[in-house]
Design a protein around this ligand. Structure first.
Ligand SMILES: *[C@@H]1O[C@H](CO)[C@@H](O)[C@H](O)[C@H]1NC(C)=O
Length: 191
C-alpha cells in the first residue's frame, strides 16, 4: 500500500518535473546530477577480484581496490565486481553507475559486462566465469561521477535476492582506472 502510494507520487513528480522543471522543491538535491535524484538505495559491491593477464593462473583474491588497465595491447588487468541484491527490489529498476575513482589515466574509458556466474572469489585471468553481455561504457573524467558514454544496458529490472557479478575492462590502450571498494567504483543505484 505504502509502496503503491510512493510509486504514484513518483509518477506524479516525474510528470511535474517534466512540465515544470523549475518548480520541484520536493526533495533536497543529492548532488548536481538530475539523474541521481530518484535513487532510492545504493548497492555497493560486496566483492572485487582483479584478474591479471601477466599472472594468468594466479588467484589474486578479494581486494579492497579495483584496477582496470591495459598497456601495449597487453598487461590487461580487469575487475570482477559482485553485488548482493537484497530481497524486495522486484518492483524497481536498477542501474549500474560508476564514481569516485582515486586514479585514472589515458582515455579513462571502461566497459562493463555481465559474467556467467557470481562465484568470483578464486577467479584467475584464465579461469573465471565467462564474459556474457555488454552493459555499458563509462568515461572517468575526474574524481566524481563517471560520464556515461554508452548506457544501452545499464538499466535493468532489479533481480530477485541473490548475487550477480560483472566484469570491468579497459577500452583501448595505455589506460588505467583505480578505485577503492566497496566505497567507490561500480555500484548499483535502485530507482
Ligand atoms: C555505499 O558507499 C557509500 C560511499 O562510501 C556510502 O556512503 C554508503 O553508506 C554505502 N552504502 C552501504 C549500504 O553500505
Amino acid at each position: 500500500m505504502k509502496t503503491a502510494i510512493f510509486s504514484c507520487a513518483i509518477a506524479i513528480f516525474s510528470t511535474l518535473a517534466t512540465a515544470l522543471p523549475a518548480a520541484a522543491p520536493v526533495e533536497p538535491a543529492v548532488g548536481n546530477l538530475a539523474s541521481r535524484d530518484h535513487v532510492k538505495q545504493v548497492i555497493n559491491s560486496s566483492a572485487v577480484v582483479n584478474i591479471n593477464e601477466d599472472t594468468p593462473d594466479t588467484a589474486l583474491g578479494v581486494s579492497g581496490a579495483g584496477i582496470v588497465s591495459r598497456a601495449g595491447s597487453k598487461h590487461n588487468s580487469r575487475a570482477l565486481v559482485k553485488f548482493d541484491f537484497p530481497e524486495g527490489l522486484g518492483r524497481y529498476k536498477c542501474r549500474l553507475a560508476f564514481g569516485n575513482p582515486v586514479e585514472f589515466s589515458g582515455t579513462g574509458e571502461i566497459q562493463v559486462y555481465t559474467i556467467g556466474g557470481a562465484n568470483i572469489e578464486s577467479a584467475t585471468f584464465n579461469q573465471r566465469p565467462f564474459r556474457d553481455q555488454f552493459k555499458g561504457t563509462f568515461r572517468v573524467a575526474g574524481s566524481g561521477e563517471a560520464v556515461v558514454v554508452d548506457g544501452s544496458g545499464l538499466t535493468f529490472d532489479c533481480p530477485a535476492k541473490g548475487a550477480k557479478a560483472y566484469e570491468v575492462v579497459s577500452v583501448g590502450d595505455n589506460n588505467e582506472v583505480f578505485w577503492y571498494a566497496p566505497s567507490a567504483g561500480l555500484r548499483v543505484d535502485v530507482m
